[in-house]
Design a protein around this ligand. Structure first.
Ligand code: 5AD
Ligand code: SF4
Length: 445
């Protein structure tokens, strides 16, 4: 049987796309494999968000070229596919830099993979169009489902933050219709999925057409998904503060399936830098929004993204970021050094921050955020949480799952618990995971 190896970099939307590409290849008779050396088709689903992520692709491709030559010597064919946002941004340049690449395919055209692979036997192919047909209508049934799954509801971004390539690689905001989302969610539920994460580059700007054609917001979409039998938990990511409406806040108060966790990138705590980033909100507006969410869901766990060293960022600006982090308190966060991206407005600015300054700021910010994360985990000790059991644990006899606040927990339990929600008391906080013990239903808080 032919085999396909699919590797994904970057965000959850890429993870979703990678799974769907595996589905497309599966429908063509390719079995998934974890061993790249055995693969007849290798797909790298790439990320363009920062330079480091984009450059990784080329070192990986260098290794794949060697592998392809070795396999050819054994009479085996290997098709190399570059998909995702580097494919979209760089197109044919990729094949100029690495001739071993057979197919370059963008995030909107991967439903055409079988055809592209067939054509690549004649000559190398590039498809980075934003086709008129909707790729979702052309994707086969989803396979390999666990208890938790991503579901793309919205793609693209119209915000044009001054540092970001997404509006260029993923294009303008497009929402799938409510019917399309519900149909996919129902199939997921029938396939054993208990938790869906609705994903979009800017998911709270969701405005898909409802049954009558009128646009429906994310809050009402969440309410509709929560009515699907079998769906116990709903999450969504990633959000922009300016699209966070009252309806979504109310949904956090009223929809029990909507989990108390919010990833809401703020990027910086300095009003001057936020303006230069074209974020169109201030630090205090972000604080007030968090206050409003916490008023209805006091236990909500917060997560965010931060960029240090955006062009022109002075010590005082960075101090404002630290102050915002202290004021808000995050369960977890991602923080990055600013990386100038080709074609974005900030890349051309003359006041780039020197690398050592960025490194020092990143270390200081991460120390603060790590401290908050550890404090959050320590506070979980002794408490009982509902845990959705997702997979076997690291050690035999253990399973692994997530709390409503998205904390990973390992505990002793039989594998038949996978796919169920069970009460677990947290006994110990490790570095990346919590440890716990199954408690009787009656003890669940
Ligand atoms: N440099 C550094 N970080 C970036 N991000 C987006 N673009 C850049 C860039 N040019 C970060 C933002 C965003 C996350 C997905 O990646 O924090 O929220
Ligand atoms: Fe990029 Fe800003 Fe859009 Fe997020 S909101 S994808 S950071 S442009």
């Amino acid at each position: 049987m032919k085999k396909a190896y699919v590797k994904s970099y970057g965000c959850q939307m890429n993870a979703y796309d990678a799974a769907r590409m595996a589905d497309v290849l599966g429908a063509e008779g390719y079995a998934p494999t974890d061993s790249v050396a055995d693969a007849d088709v290798v797909v790298l689903n790439t990320c363009h968000i920062r330079e480091k992520a984009a450059e990784k692709v080329y070192s990986e491709l260098g290794r794949l070229r060697v592998l392809k030559t070795e396999r050819r010597a054994r009479g085996l064919d290997t098709r190399i596919v570059v998909a995702g946002c580097v494919a979209q941004a760089e197109g044919a340049e990729i094949q100029a830099r690495q001739p071993a690449v057979d197919v370059v395919v963008g995030p909107q055209s991967y439903h055409r993979l079988p055809d592209l692979l067939a054509r690549s036997r004649e000559r190398r192919v590039v498809d980075t169009e934003f086709p008129v047909e909707d790729k979702f209508d052309h994707l086969p049934r989803r396979r390999t489902l666990g208890p938790a799954a991503f579901l793309t509801v919205q793609e693209g971004c119209d915000k044009f933050c001054a540092f970001c390539v997404v509006p260029y690689t993923r294009g303008a905001e497009v929402s799938r219709s409510v019917l399309a989302v519900l149909a996919e969610a129902e199939k997921l539920a029938q396939g054993g999925v208990r938790e869906v994460t609705l994903i979009g580059q800017n998911v709270n700007a969701y405005h898909g057409a409802g049954a009558d054609g009128a646009p429906v917001g994310l809050a009402d979409l969440v309410r509709a998904v929560s009515k699907i039998p079998g769906i116990a938990r709903i999450r969504y990511t990633t959000s922009h503060p300016n699209d966070f409406d009252d309806a979504l806040i109310r949904a956090h108060a009223e929809v029990p399936a909507l989990m108390p966790y919010l990833h809401l990138p703020v990027q910086s705590g300095s009003d001057r830098i936020l303006a230069a980033m074209n974020r169109k909100h201030t630090g205090d507006q972000y604080r007030r929004l968090i206050d409003r969410v916490r008023a209805v869901r006091p236990d909500i766990a917060l997560s965010s993204d931060f960029i240090v060293g955006f062009p022109g960022e002075a010590d005082a600006d960075f101090a404002d970021t630290l102050r915002l982090v202290r004021d808000v308190g995050f369960e977890s966060a991602f923080s990055f050094k600013y990386s100038p991206r080709p074609g974005t407005p900030a890349a051309d600015r003359g006041d780039q921050v020197p690398e050592p300054v960025m490194a020092a700021r990143l270390a200081e910010l991460q120390t603060l955020l790590d401290g908050q994360r550890h404090a959050y985990q320590r506070a979980a000790q002794g408490r009982v949480f509902d845990v959705l059991v997702e997979k076997p644990g690291r050690h035999p006899g253990q399973v692994a799952g997530k709390t409503p606040h998205l904390l990973a927990v390992q505990f002793d339990a039989a594998p038949h618990h996978i796919g169920t929600v069970v009460p677990v008391r947290i006994t110990e906080a490790g570095t990346n995971s919590l440890f716990g013990e199954l408690v009787s239903e009656a003890a669940a808080a």
